[in-house]
Design a protein around this ligand. Structure first.
Ligand code: NAD
Length: 437
């Protein structure tokens, strides 16, 4: 079986490689020549645990190849997955330019039957637009090569992407074609030998499922952040409240951690996009509008605590910030809360010293020399005015108190509630968490 994956980013590269791992002959396509050249030389464009070995192994076995030539990749293939970016456009709705560019190129170059599967997160109606775009190009060629469209949203999480992809909770597929269904079923069978389901449905339902899933997860986070802020007003501790409610099976223990707000390349844009799609359909998604507002507010919570602690005087203070990526185990800094916090610190005149285990190169690309970068979390601790924990990488979990002893002001702002306030205070430090007194 041969397939093509167009867009070799976090989703396309990981999913394409996982299909190759299952024995499917997979070609990953990208318009970025540097990315493709790098991959052919074993250089990963993203940091994802376990990815490099998997890519190298499948590339060497010739089950996985890389190209900038889409036509070559779909020639003789049964399926083509579109996994390009769908960033928000100016008004917050998903920009379909990249998806439809790919659809047009497929229509211009396809030579055999294909099922064209949108894996990118796209608003309802996109698969139809893909179908229309391909049909229009085929018409220009006077060609009647048959094809089908399908929607197959991706649910992997950066940081656990390989495991999520190889062992998915479920596969969601929207299609109106038996032929497409048979091909997709055959493709995904090796991924669901554990008994997890492939859920077939109509195309609009599949497209909406992805947004509904991300919107639900974002809601859980904003809900907990809202309750955490309330905890501070009434002398409660969100960690106890979390444990108290998370043990209720109807609620569950996952995704109910208070923090500095959600970020990343998906939740912010997907929540915005579903709100926009609903507005355009004369429906106001009130809960999600509140979810967004709570999240915007939450991103400045840690900074506000610091600002208050220093009575608004942050000028020339040395602030050490741990964790830059939007969550641990990724170098992705898209919409990372750290970026908002850094901007506020710089505007207040503070000197920022930042450390992240893998996102330093990405931070340098985005922030340039506006902040200082350190090679070790403790490198900038001497004379520091405050330590801010923003992303909960495991290496930050146990504090090295002797090395923190040279701080000028012994104060820690824990944006992820990973430290035990009593322990930190026993060691002579002031402690501020989120939703804890
Ligand atoms: P990304 O930015 O990492 O990768 C997109 C890639 O597409 C880039 O390498 C870009 O060069 C390439 N591209 C753009 N136009 C192209 C074209 N015409 N032909 C070939 N390649 C082209 O994006 P991503 O994070 O992988 O996300 C892709 C989609 O998947 C988005 O819709 C996103 O919302 C969705 N998604 C992302 C995640 C995630 O965790 N990142 C999870 C689930 C779903």
């Amino acid at each position: 079986m041969k397939i093509s994956f167009v867009g070799t980013g976090y989703v396309g590269l990981v999913s394409g490689t996982c299909f190759a791992e299952m024995g499917v002959i997979t070609t990953c396509v990208d318009i970025d020549q540097n990315k493709i050249d790098g991959l052919k030389n074993g250089i990963m464009p993203i940091w994802e645990p376990g990815l490099e070995n998997l890519v190298k192994r499948n590339y060497e076995k010739k089950r996985l190849s890389f190209t900038t030539n889409l036509e070559e990749s779909i020639n003789g293939a049964e399926a083509c997955f579109i996994a390009v970016g769908t960033p928000p456009d100016e008004d917050g709705s998903a920009d379909l330019k990249y998806v439809l560019d790919v659809a047009a190129e497929i229509g211009r170059t396809m030579q055999n039957y294909l099922v064209v599967i949108t894996k990118s997160t796209v608003p309802i109606g996109t698969a139809e637009k893909v179908r229309e775009t391909i049909s229009a190009e085929l018409k220009k060629r006077n060609s009647d090569i048959p094809f089908d469209v399908a929607s197959n949203p991706e649910f992997l999480k950066e940081g656990d992407a390989i495991s999520d992809c190889l062992h998915p909770d479920r596969i969601v597929v929207g299609t109106d074609s038996e032929r497409a269904k048979e091909i997709i079923n055959r493709l995904y069978k090796p991924f669901v030998l554990n008994g997890h389901p492939i859920i077939f449905m109509d195309i609009p339902s599949a497209e909406l499922t992805k947004y509904a899933a991300n919107a639900m997860l974002a809601t859980k986070i904003s809900f907990m952040n809202d309750i955490a802020n309330f905890c501070e007003k009434v002398g409660a501790d969100i960690n106890y409240v979390r444990k108290g409610i998370g043990t209720d099976k109807r609620i569950g223990p996952y995704f109910i951690y208070a923090g500095t707000g959600y970020g990343g390349s998906c939740f912010p844009k997907d929540v915005k996009a579903i709100i926009k799609t609903a507005d355009a359909n004369d429906y106001s998604l009130e809960i999600l509008k509140a979810v967004e507002n709570v999240n915007d507010r939450q991103k400045s919570t840690l900074f506000n605590k610091l600002y208050k602690y220093f009575d608004g005087n942050l000028k020339d203070r040395k602030i050490v910030l741990w964790g830059l990526s939007f969550k641990p185990n990724t170098d992705d800094m898209r919409e990372a809360p750290a970026l908002v916090i850094i901007e506020m610190l710089l505007n207040a005149g503070a000197n920022v010293y930042a450390y992240d285990p893998v996102a330093m190169h990405e931070a340098k690309r985005i922030l340039g020399n506006t902040i200082n970068y350190v090679k070790d979390p403790y490198d900038a601790i001497d004379n520091a005015d405050a330590l801010l924990l923003v992303t909960e990488w495991t290496e930050f979990r146990v504090l090295n108190y002797p090395r923190l002893a040279s701080m000028k002001n012994k104060v820690i702002f824990d944006g992820r509630n990973i430290y035990e306030p009593f322990e930190v205070r026993d060691r002579g430090f002031k402690y501020f968490g989120i939703g804890r007194n």
